[in-house]
Design a protein around this ligand. Structure first.
Ligand SMILES: [Zn+2]
Length: 639
C-alpha cells in the first residue's frame, strides 16, 4: 500500500513453481512414489514453517489445517449492499487434524459442507478488530470445505460508491490488512497462501475485476470468471465492479477506468511498461504475467493497493503530466516485496513496505534519474523525522521496525516507520556493502523466498548468514538498533538534494522579504520543488502574502493533487479563507487518507474544529472504513 508521509506512497515472482506443483501433485492420482515422497516432505516443511510464527490477528491454525485453493461463487447485490456466495476450499490437513478454523467478521454463515455433506459449525465470540472464528469439524481425510454465506451491508472492506448524477455506482474492496474476512470466510493471515478460481455475477452493464486474470470487455449478462494460478495471501483478494473500460498501454500493461477518465489514464500511465522492464532489470522476472492498473473512484482510501495483476489506484495521481507515477513504481515493486515474499504477520509489515520503498526508489532512479529519486528520498526523510517525533511522544515502541500489534488494529502499524525507516535501513546496507553486492543479495532473497512468508527473526538470521556475514559490516549496520530499537539510529544515511536546498534558500529569502513573489521561479520548478516550497511555508505566513502566491500561481486550479494538498494545508494553518471552499469540495470528493488526515488535523490544531466537523459530517458517508476509522478518532466523532 501507499501511505502517509512523503508525497507518494501506499500497496512476482521469480516463479519457482515449487509450491504450486507440490499442492497439485497427487490430486490427480498419478504421482509416482518419489513425487509423493517429495510432496510429503514439502508438506512437512510448510507445516513446520507455519509453526514458527503466530499471527495474533488470525484465528486460523494452519499447523492443523490450511486452505490451498479457493473456488468462489458469488453474487454482488448493489441494492442490499451484500455479497452472497459459496467459498469452497481445498485443504491440507495434519495427520491428527479434527477441525479447520476460518476468520470471519460480521458474515452470516448459512451452511457448511465437508466433502459435500452438511456439518455443524461453530461461530465463536466476536473479538475487537479480528472478528469471529468459524470452526468446522474435519478428519485427516477431508479434502474440501464449502461455506455458504452473505456479507453484511456495513462490511469494512467494501465501499459501495453511490450513483451521482450521471455517474453510475461502483463497488471496490480493500482487504489489507485484515478486512478480507468481512467479505469472504477465509484463513486471513498473510502467511497462508492459496490459488483461486471465481465466478462472479454483478449487475448488467458493469464489469467485474479481481486480483486475477481479468476480462477486457463488459459482458451482456454480468457474469465473469476469474483465475489466479499463483498462490496469494487473503489480504490480496480483491474485487471491483463498475462501468469501466479497458485500454492497453503496453505488451503486458493496461489501464481500466470509467469512460470519462480512460483517455487521461492511458496518457498518464503510458510509461508503465518501462517501469516494469526497469523493475525486472533490477530484481528478476515479473512473476504475475500481466501488470494492469484500475483507476478507482476518488473515495479510495489509499494511493494504491498492490492487488496482484491489477493494482487498485486513486484517481488523484492523474496529474495530466505523468508527474505522480512514483506511486505506480511503488505498487509495481510490491509484485516482488510483499506479493512474492510476504510478511508473515502484521508485526513484520516493514518487510513488505520498507523493501518496497527501497525498490520504488531504485525504479525511479533507473527511469527518471538519480536527481529525481534523491528528491523523493529527501521528502521521505523529512516525513520520517516528523513521524518519529509524533510517534515517540505517544508510543515509542511503535518506532521499532518490528512491531507489537497484538490486541490492536494492524492499521496502527501503517506509519512512516515501516515505509521510510525500513527504506533507510536497506539503503544503509546498500551503502555499507556496495550496490553491486546488495543487488545480488536482494535478487537471491526474492528468489529463495518466492511465494513464502517471512518474519523479522528469520530475516535477521538470513541477513546475518548472507549479506552481513562479515563482522565489520555487521558492526557498521547495527541491525538490532534499527529493528528492535526506537527512533532513527545515528548511522542513518544522509540524503541531500541540491535542488531542494535552492528551494529552501529561495523560501527563506521570500519569507524575509528579500525576494518578491514575482521573482519566485514557480514555472521552472517541477512538482516536487513546488511541494517543498508550499509545505515548508511558515504557519504565520500573512494572508496578504498567501493571496500574492494564490494570484501569481493559481494553485487552486492545479491538476497536481500533491501541490494542491500542500497548498490547502498551509491555507488552513495560515487562516487563508479564500481557499476554504476548495478545501471543502476536495474533502467531500476525495477519500484518500493521506490527504484527509493532515487537512483535518490542521483544522483541529488551529482551533477550527467547527469547520472540521461540519465538513466531515457532509463527507463521512462517502469515505471507506479505513478512513473513517482514523478520522473518527482524530476528530472525536460521535456521529
Ligand atoms: Zn506499499
Amino acid at each position: 500500500m501507499n501511505l502517509l508521509s512523503a508525497p507518494m506512497r501506499w500497496h512476482t515472482l521469480v516463479f519457482t513453481g515449487a509450491l504450486l506443483l507440490a499442492s497439485c501433485a497427487g490430486s490427480d492420482g498419478t504421482s509416482t512414489a518419489s513425487e509423493s515422497e517429495n510432496e510429503t516432505s514439502a508438506k512437512a516443511q510448510r507445516i513446520a514453517a507455519m509453526k514458527q510464527v503466530t499471527d495474533q490477528h488470525s484465528f486460523a491454525r494452519p499447523e492443523e489445517a490450511r486452505i490451498t485453493h479457493l473456488d468462489w461463487n458469488a453474487r454482488v447485490d448493489f441494492d442490499a449492499r451484500t455479497i452472497s456466495g459459496t467459498a469452497t476450499y481445498d485443504i491440507e490437513v495434519a495427520e491428527d487434524a479434527q477441525r479447520i478454523v476460518f476468520d470471519t467478521h460480521e458474515l452470516a454463515i448459512k451452511e457448511v459442507l465437508v466433502d459435500g455433506e452438511p456439518v455443524e459449525h461453530t461461530l465463536g465470540a466476536a473479538q475487537p478488530f479480528i472478528g469471529q472464528p468459524l470452526t468446522v469439524p474435519i478428519t485427516p481425510a477431508t479434502k474440501k470445505v464449502a461455506i455458504k454465506y452473505t456479507s453484511s451491508p456495513g462490511a469494512d472492506a467494501l465501499l459501495w460508491v453511490e450513483a451521482q448524477g450521471d455517474k453510475p455506482p461502483f463497488l471496490f474492496t480493500q482487504s489489507q490488512a485484515i478486512l478480507a474476512r468481512t467479505w469472504i470466510p477465509v484463513q486471513d493471515s498473510p502467511g497462508i497462501r492459496f490459488s483461486y478460481d471465481a465466478d462472479v455475477e454483478v449487475p448488467k452493464g458493469m464489469m467485474a475485476l479481481m486480483s486475477a486474470e481479468n476480462p477486457t470487455e463488459t459482458n451482456a449478462d454480468g457474469r465473469y470468471s476469474f483465475r489466479m494460478a499463483q498462490p496469494i495471501p487473503a489480504y490480496l483478494l480483491a474485487l471491483a465492479a463498475g462501468e469501466v473500460e479497458f485500454r492497453s498501454v503496453g505488451e503486458r500493461c493496461a489501464v481500466y477506468a470509467v469512460p470519462e477518465l480512460i483517455d487521461k489514464a492511458a496518457y498518464e500511465f503510458a510509461e508503465m511498461e518501462q517501469l516494469l522492464l526497469a523493475a525486472e532489470e533490477l530484481y528478476g522476472r515479473y512473476a504475475w504475467d500481466r501488470y494492469d492498473l484500475l483507476i478507482l473512484p476518488a473515495a479510495f482510501p489509499f494511493g494504491g493497493m498492490e492487488n496482484p495483476r491489477l493494482t487498485f489506484a486513486t484517481p488523484t495521481i492523474i496529474a495530466g503530466d505523468r508527474s505522480l507515477v512514483a506511486l505506480v513504481a511503488h505498487e509495481l515493486a510490491h509484485s516482488w516485496s510483499g506479493n512474492l515474499v510476504t510478511n508473515s504477520t502484521w508485526d513484520d509489515f516493514w518487510l513488505n513496505e520498507g523493501f518496497t520503498v527501497y525498490f520504488e526508489q531504485r525504479i525511479m532512479e533507473a527511469v527518471y534519474g538519480r536527481e529525481t529519486s534523491e528528491m523523493l528520498a529527501t521528502l521521505s526523510y523529512q516525513g520520517l523525522v516528523d513521524e518519529v517525533d509524533a510517534i515517540s511522544d505517544l508510543n515509542p515502541d511503535d518506532t521499532h521496525l518490528k512491531l507489537h500489534l497484538a490486541g490492536r488494529n494492524p492499521d496502527d502499524g501503517m506509519t512512516a516507520i515501516a515505509y521510510d525507516k525500513g527504506y533507510f535501513f536497506l539503503r544503509l546496507m546498500e551503502e555499507t556493502v556496495g550496490r553491486e553486492r546488495f543487488d545480488e543479495w536482494l535478487n537471491g532473497y526474492f528468489e529463495a523466498y518466492a511465494f513464502k512468508g517471512m518474519d523479522t527473526e528469520r530475516f535477521v538470521e538470513y541477513l546475518n548468514s548472507t549479506l552481513l556475514a562479515d563482522d565489520a559490516d555487521k558492526a557498521a549496520v547495527r541491525i538490532e538498533d534499527w529493528i528492535y530499537g526506537p527512533g532513527l539510529p545515528s548511522n542513518c544515511p544522509s540524503v541531500s538534494s541540491p535542488r531542494f536546498e535552492r528551494v529552501d534558500a529561495t523560501l527563506a529569502a521570500w519569507g524575509a522579504g528579500d525576494l518578491s513573489t514575482a521573482d519566485l521561479p514557480w514555472e521552472e520548478w517541477i512538482y516536487q520543488e513546488r511541494y517543498r516550497f508550499l509545505s515548508n511555508l511558515a504557519d504565520d505566513t500573512p494572508t496578504e502574502r498567501m493571496a500574492e502566491l494564490d494570484a501569481a500561481w493559481g494553485i487552486g486550479s492545479t491538476g497536481n493533487n500533491e501541490v494542491l494538498f500542500a497548498w490547502m494545508e498551509q491555507a488552513i494553518r495560515s487562516n487563508y479563507t479564500p481557499t476554504y471552499p476548495r478545501v471543502e469540495s476536495f474533502l467531500i470528493e476525495v477519500g484518500r487518507r493521506k490527504f484527509l488526515t493532515p487537512l483535518y488535523r490542521a483544522m483541529k490544531e488551529t482551533g477550527q474544529m467547527e469547520m472540521a466537523l461540519d465538513i466531515y459530517g457532509k463527507a463521512r458517508g462517502g469515505y471507506h472504513s479505513v478512513a473513517t476509522g482514523t478520522m473518527d478518532e482524530l476528530l472525536d466523532w460521535k456521529g
